[in-house]
Design a protein. Structure first.
Length: 291
């Protein structure tokens, strides 16, 4: 990455999918494999081998990475075991590997206690995925009380919550639950909760995402899943939010081939060095400080 690595040596990729892929449903696994056939065995090994991931991160110039995990048995096949997987995987390097986990509000019997257990595992971010978990992000306003309890307990514990916004290509996902406007309710009702808006509503809901981001200072934009070359097409006023935008790639999800290549493409955008540094480095240090 040449001079970029020298200038930005503490890059955090807040959104990569290192998960127990052996739990994936066959149809989901087929989608995940498309375009990655030549690298598939390597990727499967990487899911079991933190040293391999750290080596790849070194080559890409990535200092830290957020390991996105969450239970979604209906659509993806992931169970609560994904939480323990993330925590165990991150033990290989607690500084550089940031474990994420989740509580499924439709299945939990003890939502507050389950959030506490994530905290005890060392989980750094609680991940909700409405299109995969099959509820809107503000479903607590319509009777899913466990979701409100999850938000409240995360707020009390200072645990950031990442919420997927936008579509999903996996079989069984419900795109109608990906509208970021539903986070407006969450930000109003839980003003001290740090919310990470994953993907900025791409590719359908960018205007709604921008509105929510401008209105609520406790909401941050995770740019993962947006091709870097198109980032300013999706968010032409990104510079107005550069102090609340977080770098992420969604690697190795569908259509995302390389962490390093994404960073290099991002570096070509007409943004100031100060904005690049904020998005690549310093904003993530504010939301996810080193421990």
């Amino acid at each position: 990455m040449g001079r970029l690595v020298e200038r930005f040596s503490r890059i955090t990729d807040v959104h990569i999918h290192v998960q127990p892929w052996r739990e994936l449903k066959p149809a989901v696994l087929d989608v995940m494999r498309r375009g990655k056939e030549a690298d598939w065995d390597v990727l499967l090994q990487l899911m079991d081998d933190p040293a391999a991931l750290l080596e790849l991160m070194d080559r890409a110039g990535v200092w830290r990475a957020g390991l996105v995990n969450y239970p979604a048995p209906d659509v993806m096949g992931f169970t609560d075991a994904a939480n323990a997987f993330a925590a165990r995987y991150a033990e290989a390097n607690r500084e550089r590997l940031l474990p994420y986990g989740g509580v499924h509000p439709r299945f939990t019997r003890d939502p507050a206690g389950d959030v506490d257990r994530l905290f005890e595992l060392g989980i750094r971010v609680l991940k909700l995925h409405p299109p995969h978990q099959l509820f809107p992000a503000n479903a607590y306003t319509g009777g899913l009380d466990a979701l409100g309890t999850i938000y409240r307990r995360a707020e009390e514990r200072g645990l950031p919550v990442m919420v997927h916004t936008g579509t999903s290509v996996f079989p069984g996902a419900r795109a109608k639950y990906g509208n970021p406007l539903e986070l407006d309710d969450v930000a109003v009702d839980f003003p001290d909760l740090t919310l990470l808006m994953a993907h900025g509503g791409r590719p359908l809901y960018m205007e709604e995402a921008f509105f929510v981001l401008r209105r609520h200072k406790n909401v941050w934009l995770d740019v993962s899943g947006i091709p870097p070359a198109k980032l300013l097409q999706y968010f032409p006023r990104l510079s107005e939010l550069a102090d609340r935008a977080l770098w992420g790639t969604d690697w190795p999800g569908p259509g995302v081939r390389d962490m390093k290549q994404n960073i290099e493409q991002f570096a070509t955008l007409p943004l100031s060095d100060a904005h690049r540094k904020a998005i690549l480095e310093t904003n993530a240090l504010a939301v996810l400080p080193p421990r």
